[in-house]
Design a protein around this ligand. Structure first.
Ligand code: KG4
Ligand code: ZN
Length: 354
């Protein structure tokens, strides 16, 4: 039996968790949304300072809730990339201090890949080969998972992440931050066919995503077509001029377009692998946007159409948390190779390109 202490601080949640063989004994998440809300996005300096204040109480709370002490921990795992460098450094430093003082193995875990392993928490292991989709505020990535240790990047966003598009659209519609849940709620009152937002297909074989087109189309739908160019451009309307029903229609149509774009690339990926003679056995989905009900419904259709097992993380493990960091580390623990105290934090991921 292995008990892992996971630590996560890559963006704006400070989190710690105790996971015992995929079973979550505690998962504590201190969100900073209230600190960033009035800026409409995460302010890196504020985030790092808040992580420093919260990391020790959050780790302590995770140990307490799991009813364990540091003596019971077998390894420390920390998200060390990708993310905001100042934020990552807080978690990485805390993890190193704990590993060093207790002489425990240390594992630096990729935050984005960990979003995939969130599906194994309190659940069965992933059946391989699997397609992995991470849709979050910072990332939109499609992976081929040959096994737990062989994960290659197949596609990524070439501009905004899916969650970022939700957040920016919510700001245009004057909804609260983070925007995803607010758009989903409003979309329930609207007509998803009302506006035909563009869906970026990119080149015929491409598995990349692009959400900047739909974002610009949304800006024009809300404010009207701008008159003049560049800094002199003036919009004929403001959000104040848009009726509540129209806002709901825009939210529903936007959500449909983003979900359609994601589904399009997923089906392309599944069919492409079939063409290569690889039968995908599972579709593994994680990240904050994976808590979206409309996306979940459409994913279920794709999975049944292609006869693959759909594995979506539980909603509490879709958004950033530390249990998923520990879940990913369990696979590393099995293989025996841990990191040393030189482990560096890094802004970008380092995924092998397929
Ligand atoms: O995974 P996450 O917590 O953080 C990152 O690693 O980025 O994802 C946060 C993102 C935000 O952009 C948020 O608006 C989006 O996930 N999100 C949603 C929903 N809940 C959260 N997007 C669409 N529908 C939702 N229900
Ligand atoms: Zn994340």
């Amino acid at each position: 039996m292995s008990v892992i202490l996971g630590i996560e601080s890559s963006c704006d949640e400070t989190a710690a968790a105790v996971v015992e063989d995929q079973h979550v004994r505690s998962s504590v998440v201190a969100t900073q949304h209230e600190l960033h809300e009035r800026f409409g996005g995460v302010v890196p300096e504020i985030a790092s300072r808040a992580h420093i204040e919260r990391i020790t109480p959050v780790v302590r709370a995770a140990l307490q809730e799991a009813d364990v002490s540091l003596d019971d921990i077998d390894a420390v795992a920390v998200a060390h990339r990708p993310g905001l460098i100042g934020s990552l450094l807080v978690g990485v430093s805390a993890a190193k201090a704990l590993a060093w003082s207790r002489n425990l193995p240390l594992f630096g875990i990729d935050h984005v890949v960990a979003h995939l392993f969130a599906v194994e928490l309190d659940a069965e292991a992933i059946a391989y080969p699997a397609l992995g989709l991470v849709v979050s505020g910072g990332h939109t990535n499609l992976f081929l998972m040959q096994d737990a240790g062989t994960i290659g990047l197949m596609g990524r966003t070439i501009d905004d992440a899916a969650g970022e598009a939700f957040d920016k659209t919510a700001a245009m519609l004057a909804l609260e931050y983070p925007g995803g849940p607010a758009i989903e709620r409003l979309a329930r009152l609207g007509d998803a066919q009302a506006v035909d937002f563009p869906i970026a297909r990119l080149e015929r074989e491409s598995l990349d995503f692009s959400f900047s087109g739909v974002k610009t189309a949304m800006l024009y739908a809300v404010r009207g077509t701008p008159q003049g160019r560049g800094a002199k451009a003036r919009f004929p309307r403001t959000i104040e001029d848009v009726s509540e029903q129209r806002k709901a229609d825009l939210a529903a149509s936007f959500q449909r377009a983003v979900v359609d774009a994601i589904i399009l690339k997923l089906e392309r990926a599944i069919e492409g692998r079939e063409g290569d003679g690889v039968t995908v056995r599972s579709l593994v989905v994680g990240g904050g946007v994976a808590s979206n009900g409309h996306l979940r419904e459409r994913l279920a259709e794709v999975a049944s159409r292609h006869n693959v097992a759909l594995r979506i993380a539980e909603k509490q493990y879709c958004v950033d948390n530390a249990a998923m960091i520990a879940a990913a580390a369990l696979h590393r623990l099995a293989s025996g190779a841990c990191d040393d105290l030189n482990l560096a934090a890094a802004v970008s991921g380092a995924w092998a390109q397929l």
